[in-house]
Design a protein around this ligand. Structure first.
Ligand SMILES: O=c1ccn([C@@H]2O[C@H](COP(=O)(O)OP(=O)(O)O[C@H]3O[C@H](CO)[C@@H](O)[C@H](O)[C@H]3O)[C@@H](O)[C@H]2O)c(=O)[nH]1
Ligand SMILES: O=C(O)[C@H](O)COP(=O)(O)O
Length: 308
């Protein structure tokens, strides 16, 4: 059965009625996003906290930023937590997955909606679109965004279609290992929503493997039918250079391999060697890539409702 694809564009009052007493948390992970995090936070705040009270908590997880991300996010109306300051007793780790995992420890939502902080084209309907299936259909556990993804050049002009790691790594891996999930158009979308009761039971890659891991773990635990996707229109974001997409690809590959029964015993670091032409020919630029995973939040001592 193909992955369920749902339309966005919901009536706000109907969603509010469907929400009832479900607590909804929006989490924005951000590392050095002072240029864009303010618009993301203030847009969500105006639409879904002030005008329609669909969102109960709006939280930015500041992921080791060295710029003014935290101050900008707080001024825009978010509750800001520095990821490194959340449960420091659990040891240090860095990365996007770490920020999302730490968010479980400082929020109370029954449903968590994740929205990237680097968006330059987006719509507040992303939040309601992702929430709707979870508020209205108890069989849905995780919802991914689907959208057109332009690849913008340095001047902001549309060059071609984006999502290079998605198209060259993530979707091919699904085709090989989980063809029942191959209908997911944007398996790496940074905009997704999940039930806490599900996400808190998964081990979470600290880096960019977090999205593909959550999809695979949800399908393994509850069946592919528990994963849905919603068409949200169009989204544009800041692009990485190819040399930082390489480590991202390694993290996505590792998260998948661990979940299809390979590489379970792999060390938590890999070295990706990239090459640049220098004065003496091609010079090696080795990069350490962090493949570590956090254990299920529910298993960490002190987690509310978890082991103590
Ligand atoms: O250590 C980090 C790195 C990134 N981020 C934030 O995470 C979001 C997405 O990061 P980004 O570097 O912009 O990733 P993308 O190039 O957009 O990668 C896509 O693919 C990744 C791999 O699946 C997903 O994690 C991303 O959400 C998705 O947008 C942004 O708000 C970042 O500020 C952190 O919080 N901590
Ligand atoms: O999701 C992806 O595949 C990566 O973030 C790369 O996206 P981009 O090619 O649009 O920069």
């Amino acid at each position: 059965m193909p992955v369920r694809t749902l339309a966005g564009g919901h009536d706000a009052q109907e969603l509010l009625a469907a929400k009832g007493d479900t607590v909804v948390t929006v989490v924005v992970p951000a590392r050095d996003e002072e240029a864009t995090v303010g618009d993301v936070v203030s847009g969500i705040r105006r639409a879904w906290v002030d005008r329609v009270p669909l969102v109960d908590e709006l939280v930015v997880l500041d992921s080791d930023s060295t710029d003014a991300t935290a101050a900008v996010a707080a001024a825009a109306g978010a509750t800001v937590h520095a990821a490194a300051d959340v449960r420091p007793d659990l040891g240090p780790a860095r990365g996007k997955g770490e920020a999302l995992w730490k968010s479980l420890h400082v929020t109370r939502g029954d449903v968590l909606v994740f929205v990237d902080a680097d968006l330059v084209e987006w719509d507040v309907g992303f939040v309601s679109g992702l929430l709707a299936p979870l508020l209205t259909d108890p069989t849905v556990a995780l919802v991914k965004a689907v959208y057109d993804r332009p690849l913008l050049d340095a001047a902001g002009h549309e060059a071609e279609t984006g999502g290079r790691v998605t198209e060259l790594v993530a979707r091919p891996l699904l085709a090989l290992h989980r063809p029942d999930l191959a209908g997911l158009v944007q398996p790496l979308a940074g905009e997704w929503a999940v039930r806490r009761s599900v996400f808190e039971r998964f081990s979470v890659p600290v880096g960019y493997g977090v999205e593909i891991a959550a999809v695979l773990d949800t399908a393994a635990a509850l069946g592919a039918d528990a994963v849905a996707q919603v068409d949200l229109g169009r989204r544009a974001h800041r692009h990485h250079r190819h040399d930082t997409l390489g480590p991202m690809a390694v993290q996505v590959l590792s998260a998948v391999e661990r979940r299809v029964g390979r590489a379970a015993e792999r060390p938590d670091t890999a070295v990706l060697v990239q090459y640049e032409r220098g004065p003496s020919g091609f010079e090696a630029r080795p990069r350490d890539v962090d493949l570590a995973e956090r254990p299920p939040a529910v298993s960490t001592p002190g987690y509310p409702g978890g082991a103590r």
